[in-house]
Design a protein around this ligand. Structure first.
Ligand code: ADP
Ligand code: MG
Length: 477
């Protein structure tokens, strides 16, 4: 199938919103509020076409869950809102492209209200509606800059994405290429860029496509003798976003077509945005001339997030689900899931799912049960008590003196060092640290940290103490 014209947004979406709202009202009355928030609030209605309602779900996992647990509820709701002939189609927003065999979409039977039938032809479309590309240029409305957490790990990529979104084709970042491991935010960033450019009107014609889908569509266009239409569609874009270009490897004809598309757009001053799992120069199975084209703009990496960023992401995601996770649970997940943001989200979803299904409170115990499945060696976040213990053992003083009023010089030094390390090595606020040291004020903690920093500049002995204490803490973790 060839893509439809970009930019068509009909009032199907408006009708979809209205219909879905009515469904939600029914559903809300039948399940717990936690289940509702977890499983139904994140669903985005996309379009209503006669009796066919299309909704978007955030992930395959999410879809599977709905199907397994809420099938009957959803089916009955759809029937009571739309009628017996009502059908629900799902569209999975953020799936990794899977290597798949082409299917025959023409022969596909229309699924019953809810069905697990799925077409491997377009991996992220579970129920193939007749043309999902006409839906907002294939951009996922959930991926925005304002829900993309900034961190050292993605600073350049994010800044470049924003610059390009504000002036597509008008910066020297053309093409803009993101690279980095899986689940680190490349796809999110590309959609955010596209959505931003669509909203500010700086690019009228925008297409987002994965290289895999591009390849499949290209092959199809060859088979039905429509290569010219295929090519001119993509060559008419103001902003072309192609995700996961590593899948172009070994597909020579597609690469050749893409090469010409690239050149046409580039010469016209149109913006190209690409992503890959490795830096362009390490892409194997890609034509040298393509690789050299990819390198003429800006290449920006995304790295695994540091602890602070992981915490911020978890906070944001729980906020998006209108959930307040206890800070110790957030810390616990963030300490243990370190490499992949998708996994971080997965843990959050599992946590909510289990809390809701097993009727358990969201706390460390439940979090441990959830993480046991994904993490081999579960770590508990460093506590202020552990720090106090190590510091006191090091200076050979009783722990309760850290909390006492005493102003004896050696106790003051130990207390200041413990506060300084607590600030540095945990996520605790100044206020919390103060409370752990005999209910001291946060300004006392600031003063302690500043004092230690000053000593560190002038006194080698301090550096030695702190290095030793840190090492012991790390070993005991
Ligand atoms: P990639 O394309 O690099 O494999 P994705 O963009 O699909 O990764 O990100 C995986 C998941 O993690 C998505 O749901 C995305 O929203 C989330 N995510 C990644 N980076 C961030 C971030 N910096 N802030 C918020 N969410 C993020
Ligand atoms: Mg991706």
């Amino acid at each position: 199938m060839l893509p439809a014209q970009a930019g068509q947004v009909s009032n199907d979406q408006f009708l979809a919103n209205q219909t879905w709202e009515r469904c939600l009202t029914i559903i809300k009355g039948q399940i717990s509020s936690l289940s509702y928030k977890t499983w139904f609030q994140p669903i985005v209605p996309i379009r209503l076409n006669e009796n066919d309602l299309t909704v978007q779900v955030p992930s395959q996992f999410f879809y599977d869950w709905l199907e397994e647990h809420y099938n009957t509820l959803i089916r009955n709701t759809i029937i009571s809102v739309i009628g017996e002939s009502g059908k629900l189609y799902y569209f999975v927003a953020s799936e990794e492209p899977a290597i798949s065999q082409p299917a025959q979409p023409e022969n596909e039977t229309v699924s019953p209200t809810i069905d697990s039938a799925r077409t491997p032809f377009a991996p992220h479309v579970l129920f193939r509606t007749e043309n999902l590309q006409s839906i907002r240029n294939n951009l996922n409305p959930r991926y925005l800059f304002n829900n993309f957490i900034k961190g050292d790990c993605n600073q350049l990529a994010r800044a470049a994405a924003m610059a390009v979104a504000n002036n597509p084709g008008g910066t020297s970042f053309n093409p803009l290429v993101f690279y980095g491991g899986t689940g680190l935010g490349k796809t999110h960033l590309m959609h955010a860029l596209g959505n931003h450019a669509a909203v500010n009107g700086k690019a009228k014609r925008i297409a987002y496509i994965s290289s895999e889908k591009f390849t499949v569509d290209f092959i199809e266009s060859v088979q039905v003798d429509k290569v010219t239409e295929f090519s001119s569609f993509y060559r008419s874009m103001d902003l072309l976003i192609v995700d996961d270009i590593q899948f172009f490897a070994g597909k020579e004809k597609t690469q050749d077509n893409f090469f010409h598309t690239f050149n046409t757009l580039y010469q016209l001053g149109k913006q190209i945005v690409l992503s890959s799992d490795v830096p362009p120069k390490e892409l194997h199975g890609l034509d040298e001339r393509l690789i050299s084209r990819f390198q003429c703009g800006l290449t920006a990496d995304v790295q695994p997030p540091d602890l602070e960023t992981r915490i911020a992401i978890l906070q944001k995601k729980s906020e998006e689900n209108s959930l307040e996770l206890p800070p110790n649970v957030i810390d616990f997940i963030a300490v243990n899931v370190t490499k992949n943001i998708r996994e971080l989200e997965g843990c959050l979803i599992s946590l909510l799912a289990r809390a809701s299904l097993e009727n358990r409170e969201i706390g460390i115990d439940l979090a441990k049960d959830v993480l046991r499945v994904v993490v081999n060696d579960i770590r508990t976040p460093l506590s202020i008590e552990q720090i106090q213990k190590v510091v006191c053992e090091y200076f050979d003083i009783p722990v309760d003196l850290l909390r006492a009023k005493t102003r004896k010089q050696e106790i003051v030094v130990a207390r200041q060092i413990a506060m300084y390390i607590a600030k540095d090595m945990t996520n605790a606020s100044l206020k919390t640290i103060g409370i752990h040291f005999g209910g001291r004020d946060h300004s006392t903690v600031i003063h302690a940290c500043q004092a230690v920093e000053e000593f560190l500049k002038t006194d080698n002995k301090y550096k030695h103490h702190i290095d030793q204490i840190r090492r012991t803490i790390e070993l005991n973790k």
